[in-house]
Design a protein around this ligand. Sequence first.
Ligand code: 2NL
Length: 335
Amino acid sequence: MSATISLQQLTEQLDQLEAEAAKAIATAASAAALEELRVGLLGKKGKLSAVLGAMGKLPGDERPVVGQRANVLKEQVQGLLSERLTAVKAAAMAERIAGETLDVTMPASFIPAGHRHPLISTIEEIVDIFSGLGYRVEEGPEIETDHYNFTALNIPPHHPARDMQDTFYLSEHELLRTHTSPVQIRHLETNPPPVRIVAPGRVYRRDAVDATHSPVFHQVEVLAIDEGLDFSHLRGTVTTFLQRFFGDLPVRFRASYFPFTEPSAEVDVQWRGRWLEVMGCGMVDPAVLEGLGIDPERYSGFAAGLGVERFCMVRHGIDDIRRLFTSDLRFLEQF
Ligand code: 2NL
């Protein structure tokens, strides 16, 4: 029936099993692989059980020899398994720790911080100075009517400033504002004096682009209307403003002409030894006040206007207005 088996054969099988188990355990890479090996070697249907099953076919006196040998082997394998399990767990933990290491000394990823465009910071500086002198900021539309842009400012229908050559028209009566004065006219329509406002904004004129001209540029205008204002208030305000912006420099006023002010003046600062024209101003023409229903016998006021690009260029020594509009970061990063 069943084949006979000798003590020698069984002992050889156990030796072979020992070598096989030692090799497999030494290379098992995980706890799960070790458990699989344990079941395969020492489990009920494992290899050791198979050998022990065959033991029954040996003569009675030989059985204890094999039994003893099998027990030693079993303990050996259990020892190897638990040793290897400890090693595998330690390796897994070491790998996990290495993977989760957070290097707190590593530099943060670089996020470049932007900054304001020099034109915008120039507007903010100018507006800040007038805020400090008690002026409120007012803004208005860039598309205006000829009434607010010209008529209300005492610029008659055939004045050259109204010409298609100088102004962008959108329709017969609509245009791109050529100055921010319409903001002040609109404000005066709904706010009775006393008024002190500063009006920054973008304006448009038909100009060919060159180093000092752009069809789109920025203006800041200021307006003060009250009882008893005279040219000394204008002079004091403009001088204070210019010295806060440029530093304590000589300032001079030269007689000039604007349709909406009388008298009018051009203002120069002595910058690095040279006189530079930087703004225009004057006492608001009584005809402008009258057109708004403000009694010029009771109220008077002054106004001033400046080009932001020019202020920015003088302050930073920029030689070409186009640099302010071409968005070249190599230029802009300097400010
Ligand atoms: C310049 C000169 C100026 C004004 C603007 C003004 C506004 C009103 C009434 C009267 Cl509502 N005047 N503005 C007055 C004088 C000069 O600007 O050279 N701008 C760049």
